[in-house]
Design a binder for this molecule. Structure first.
Ligand code: SMG
Ligand code: MG
Length: 383
């Protein structure tokens, strides 16, 4: 495939309600939507012009990970697209499978890299008439939907919020926790919704090993898992905490690659892994982590980064792989957005349908994309 032009749309999507985690409150989702134009070969071997879409999941500020939206846009313009185009010039073509390789000299920036790889993969698959689900190896046509519930102002407010989501049919509830919003909210939700609610917690690295005695109190609530209680670099400490608690240890921020996943599994720092394609540099690396975990009998689930319908579509396809045995943070578009960039994803009996159309199977609605775009960069090949 030959890329002719890449457009970067900086978009802002207002959230229906603020989303608070241990590291801050999100009120608006700012993202970069990547639009790749390319000449490709279709399924019958004829040349065809295609457009592919990607989404950069970096948040507006570098609080979840070092990347941030504006930095990712700069990174793509100054380093990643030039590297990709230089590779294309040398080899005459790029494929989704070589995008990561073409940018390997640039250290870090997995979310920016992931967005470009996703857009190239989408273009490649659209040209061939193959879906993300088929390409990645999904084995189901729908995935169970979980919801991530932010830190609330009070426990009664939390109970009302969770009740709303349970009513809507979400199959699993994840509560965000932080020091001071830890045991009591979990106890209240378990008490109110009973033992059958699939419940888990996510601390986004807000605790330290010195909090082990406190965290251990979570063991009485029959949680599916505790996600990333300690710092990103604290693999050994997570392994130690895991010996002190019966709640299964799940890592998110720490798992930045398949190698990190293999290390975490070997060290027993993770009994479960949250896979986020953006965090690990793309859907191909995400699939590798799935494969490593599955080979080791470690359950995985698909995380969420408040994706628009584009990222949501790709995540639903990924979550259809056989090792994704726990419900993911793949909610309906309406969980976050009044207006999504694509046709909205809806909850169907607690499930999200895996798209079957070519590529992502969804695309941005042009008027909505235009309306939500605050900045547009176009980078042409050979420019
Ligand atoms: O997309 O449903 C979603 C959000 C899920 O809680 C979620 N993501 O650490 O897992 C996580 C967080 C990261 C983003 S918080 C703004
Ligand atoms: Mg998390």
């Amino acid at each position: 495939m030959q890329i002719t032009e890449v457009k970067l749309h900086s978009v802002r999507l207002p959230l229906i309600r603020p989303f608070t985690t241990s590291f801050g409150t999100q009120k608006v989702r700012s993202a970069i939507i990547v639009e790749v134009h390319a000449q490709a070969t279709n399924a019958t071997g004829n040349p065809t012009e295609v457009v592919g879409w990607g989404e950069c999941v970096a948040l507006a500020d570098p609080l979840y990970s070092p990347e941030y939206t504006e930095g990712a846009r700069q990174m793509m313009i100054r380093y990643l697209l030039p590297a990709l185009f230089a590779y294309q010039d040398r080899h005459g073509a790029v494929t989704a499978e070589t995008v990561g390789h073409s940018m390997r000299a640039v250290v870090g920036h997995p979310m920016a890299k992931s967005a470009l790889e996703m857009a190239v993969l989408d273009a490649q698959l659209r040209a061939r008439g193959e879906s993300f689900a088929q390409y990645l190896g999904a084995t189901v046509d729908r995935v169970p939907s979980g919801v991530s519930v932010g830190i609330q102002n009070s426990i009664p407010e939390l109970i009302d919020t969770v009740a709303e989501y349970v009513e809507e049919g979400y199959q699993r509830v994840k509560l965000k926790i932080q020091p001071g919003w830890d045991i009591a909210p979990v106890a209240a939700v378990r008490e109110r919704f009973g033992p059958d609610l699939l419940l888990q917690v996510d601390a986004n690295a807000a605790f330290t090993l010195a909090d082990a005695a406190l965290l251990r109190k979570l063991d009485t609530f029959d949680l599916l898992l505790i996600e990333q209680p300690l710092g990103e670099a604290d693999l050994r400490q997570h392994a130690e905490l895991a010996t002190l608690m019966s709640t299964p240890m799940c890592l998110d921020e720490s798992i930045v690659s398949a190698e990190a996943a293999a290390d975490a599994i070997a060290m027993k720092a993770a009994a479960v892994i949250n896979i986020k394609p953006g965090r690990v540099g793309g859907y191909l690396e995400a699939r590798r982590i799935h494969d490593v975990a599955r080979a080791n009998g470690v359950a995985v689930w698909c995380g969420g980064m408040l994706e628009t319908g584009l990222g949501r579509a790709a995540n639903a396809a990924l979550a259809g792989l056989p090792g994704f045995t726990l419900p993911g943070d793949i909610s309906a578009s309406g969980r976050f957005y009044e207006t999504d960039l694509t046709e909205p994803f809806v909850l169907d009996g607690g499930y999200i349908t895996v798209p079957t159309g070519p590529g992502l199977g969804v695309e941005p609605i042009p008027e909505i994309l235009r309306e939500l775009t605050t900045d547009l960069n176009a980078v042409a090949a050979g420019a």
